[in-house]
Design a protein around this ligand. Sequence first.
Ligand SMILES: [Zn+2]
Length: 273
Amino acid sequence: MIEPVEGVEPQRARCITAPNPSVLTLTGTNTWVLFEPDAERCVVVDPGPADDAHVDAVLAEVERSGCEVALILLTHGHADHSGAVDALHAQTRAPVRALDPAWCRGTVSLQDREQIDVDGLVLQVMATPGHTADSVCLHVPRDGALLTGDTILGEGSSLIAWPDGRVGPYLESLKRLRDLAAAGASLTLLPGHGPLVLWGLPALDTLIAHRAKRLDQISNVLDAGSSTVGEIVAAVYGLPGPALRDVVVAQVQAQLEYLSATGNARAADALHR
Ligand SMILES: [Zn+2]
């Protein structure tokens, strides 16, 4: 049994939250500015939505840090993270890198396990598919910190919207992140939405348990006679409001696809009904 150790406030990360709060984006998208102390160049992770005022706020934080932007990174391609990529790229001339080559500007795509060094700021890339196929997390070893994008949120659980979102890869990604958290003295999570999470290991255990519980619930309602996506949504999630209905349906489909792939014939039937 590994006792969790409280994480520490990161020294190398500053957060600017975009003014796009919603039921899905929580308080808004977090843009992170990362730099090694006394460095002349920094990295911006997730420029945020297409919002000029937010881009100005990010550039103001960059100026306060005394750095120039050397590199722009994306944790994944969703518009609330990537909408400002071209505006920030145009204003800073910094190259853009993501796992998906379609988002890269002036350079090549990120690779799993790649190490990036910008003026002494070390980042390790971890491909963590699940929320989307192109999701990555970025480990900042010297801060014991992990930028999680939407793979882990600061509150609640991530959306896995089938077919781009997939439960099997997501569970593997959570396991890999848990191994990282268990291997170090601490891991502070810096999410794409919501507050930072100082205790990474118990947070990961909670998320892994939550996913297992949801899959059990869906398996049980299938056994009890629910046979369509709509019936399962109602039985497990109640009646989601209009803003959430489509994403809850896609979330249920993702779980049915996973159960189907693990041999649950009722899930395979329900997936397309
Ligand atoms: Zn997302």
